[in-house]
Design a protein around this ligand. Structure first.
Ligand SMILES: [Ca+2]
Ligand SMILES: [Ca+2]
Length: 292
């Protein structure tokens, strides 16, 4: 913790030295490096096509109710000379833990660096990872790309009593000193810096949909049939006419087949397509089917 605050004040000190940028950054004024997560699915927590994690709480045993995720930096210009990534989960039902250095996780880090600072704050449900640059040069990549290896890995444990709904693990942004920061460096001959504070589309969260049933099984009879698709279609019709789906929250989460946060006709169409495929011998699960 002490070492982390030291790193932060160094970044703050560097930020005061910013002078107008030249070279690579000027030619690509719109460019921004980004941070992203990659969740890893389990039997209980399935990763859908758009990256949303779908958790069926009826499968949670108490022993195995977490999924792992990795945090990455995507920096095509490869000028990052200092990287701080911070993320949090605001729900009391989802606990972040097991923050792990990429060296311990997969044997390699994105950058050649002597110290990676990782700080787990279970009491705040926040995790920090810092790659401090110590010179005017960008950090040296280990692989071809900045995201060949993760910045860090962690776990998210979902309480089996989690109410149905949509949750997220998100990169921190907005408040100086408590946000993600990527500092660009241009080498000894150009000692300027450029600061990025990834947010919005440059720091996408992990969305987590929690329900007590399988995706698409609206009536919770353990299988997907035409009546599930019909229920989605009526919910969509109800929403269009009165704004209310007339489904329970558990059903609403299970009805959002494409996990975009709303129930539309296309959710009904997708589920009907899967049901039709099932009837012709499709063996993949509803999760695997929609991955393609
Ligand atoms: Ca059903
Ligand atoms: Ca939808």
């Amino acid at each position: 913790m002490k070492r982390t605050s030291c790193v932060l004040s160094m970044a703050a000190a560097l930020s005061m030295m910013i002078i107008p940028c030249s070279g690579a950054a000027e030619n690509n004024a719109d460019y921004q490096p980004s941070l992203y997560f990659k969740p890893i699915e389990t039997n209980e927590s399935q990763v859908l096509k758009n990256g949303t994690v779908y958790v069926n709480t009826s499968l949670l045993t108490g022993e195995n109710n977490s999924f792992n995720a990795e945090a990455y930096i995507d920096d095509d210009q490869k000028q990052a000379g200092h990287v701080i990534a911070k993320w949090k989960c605001e729900s009391e039902y989802i606990a972040l833990g097991n923050l792990t250095s990429p060296i311990d996780w997969c044997g390699k880090a994105p950058y050649v660096i002597s110290d990676i600072y990782i700080t787990d704050h279970p009491e705040l449900n926040k995790q920090y990872v810092s790659y401090p640059g110590e010179t005017y040069d960008p950090l040296t990549l280990v692989g071809e790309n900045s995201d060949d290896y993760p910045l860090a890995a962690f776990s998210a444990t979902v309480d089996s009593d989690t109410p149905a709904g949509r949750y997220s693990v998100e990169f921190m942004s907005g408040e100086y000193g408590a946000q993600c920061e990527i500092l660009y460096k241009y080498g000894r001959l150009d000692t300027s810096f450029k600061e990025f504070f990834p947010a919005g589309e440059y720091a996408k969260p992990i969305n987590i949909s929690v329900s007590d049933r399988m995706l698409g099984d609206i009536d919770n009879d353990g299988k997907i049939t035409g009546s599930d698709a019909t229920m989605i279609l009526s919910a969509y019709t109800n929403i269009s006419s009165s704004g209310e789906s007339k489904l329970t929250k558990e059903q609403e989460i299970a009805a959002d087949i494409d996990a975009d946060g709303i129930i539309t006709g296309s959710d009904a169409t997708l589920l009907l397509r899967y049901y039709t495929a099932l009837s012709s011998g499709e063996e993949r699960s509803v999760y695997d089917y929609f991955l393609e």
